[in-house]
Design a protein around this ligand. Structure first.
Ligand code: 8YV
Length: 331
């Protein structure tokens, strides 16, 4: 049943082309304006979208800042983000305007953990370099000293951020015989630590003791540049760095300098500062594996993300608290 103050068939603007099934369902349920071109909306298109809609469905490629929200129609009451990270949305400006924000947690956990694990294996074992060697026609045959990398079995993985994705990585790491230490805002209950085979560590210990450091926390004002020159200097020269969370959690200049100077052994990155631009210095480094923000890019994951967006909009339309509301404490 629709709540008295909510439109039965809300106007919904979806900023990016989503999977066919999700778009079909959106059209069935809502007065949906869909972007059929596979590109991000321009700023003026976004301005026009927020000026005339009840619900906005953005993605990471849209900057939903205070200026944009100042142009929003008073009708705009829900930002149902397609994605779990919401650092592209000014949550405080949304709160001030009593606009709810939802995201899509849970359904991209396993895919992102798989991709993180792929980087954890790829960088020490030099998969990127090996692939390039073959494609360049430069492989001159097997030799005992050819393409030597470092064993991951028996090594220590330091996970920063032990939420859903961090825990899914820990479970995978156990299967590879990798020791897991972690840092999180709140230490996990002992039973959960035991189940994950993970030991809590402060950041000094984590950076100092890990053979591989993996960033898996959200980007917030507290985690901005959490991985800075100081933290990188605590890593050993034979240690690797992996980031599938957000580029802005890392001081990218400091990371590049550490890689260039051999102060750490290598990095696997799926996320960057100022995407889709990638710092050209990273491209020159052979000890990096670079992916184009594809951690959650599976057909199954995208469909499930769309279903979550729809469930959030429907709950809101029905006058209920959307299941994936980002800010607590709303009435
Ligand atoms: C998404 C992500 O594909 O959900 C996230 O936070 O980083 C990605 O994996 C993207 O954000 C969709 O908006």
């Amino acid at each position: 049943m629709t709540a008295p103050d909510r439109p039965a068939r809300p106007k919904v603007v979806v900023t990016r082309e989503l999977t066919d099934g999700v778009m079909h369902r959106m059209r069935e349920l809502f007065d949906a304006t869909l972007n059929r071109e596979d590109r991000a909306l321009s700023r003026s298109e976004l301005d026009a979208a927020v000026a005339d809609t009840d619900v906005l469905v953005p993605t990471i490629t849209d900057r939903i800042d205070a200026d944009l929200l100042a142009k929003a129609s008073p009708r705009l009451k829900l930002i149902a983000n397609f994605g779990v990270g919401v650092d592209h949305i000014d949550l405080h400006a949304a709160r001030e305007r009593k606009i709810l924000v939802t995201n899509t947690p849970g359904v991209l956990t396993e895919d992102t953990a798989d991709m993180t694990m792929a980087l954890i294996l790829s960088v020490p074992r030099r998969l990127g370099e090996g692939e390039k060697l073959i494609r360049a026609g430069q492989w001159d045959g097997w030799k005992p000293s050819g393409m030597l990398g470092h064993r991951v079995n028996g090594k220590t993985l330091g996970i920063i951020g032990m939420g859903r994705i961090g825990r899914a990585i820990a479970r995978r790491a156990n299967g590879f015989g990798i020791r897991v230490i972690y840092h999180n805002r709140h230490r996990l209950p002992e039973g959960v630590e035991a189940e994950l085979g993970a030991r809590f560590a402060d950041l000094d210990t984590l950076f100092g003791q890990s053979d591989i450091v993996s960033v898996n926390c959200p980007h917030t004002p507290e985690t901005h540049h959490l991985v800075n020159a100081h933290r990188l200097s605590q890593m050993r020269p034979d240690a690797y760095f992996v980031n599938t969370a957000r580029g802005d959690i890392v001081d990218e200049n400091a990371l590049i300098e550490a890689l260039e100077q051999g102060r750490i052994a290598g990095a696997g990155l799926d996320v960057y500062v100022g995407e889709p631009a990638v710092d050209p210095r990273l491209l020159k480094l052979s000890n990096t594996v670079l992916l184009p923000h594809m951690g959650s890019a599976t057909y199954e994951g995208r469909a499930a993300m769309g279903e979550k967006v729809i469930a959030n909009i429907r709950a809101w339309t029905d006058g209920h608290r959307p299941p994936d509301q980002v800010l607590e404490g709303w009435d």
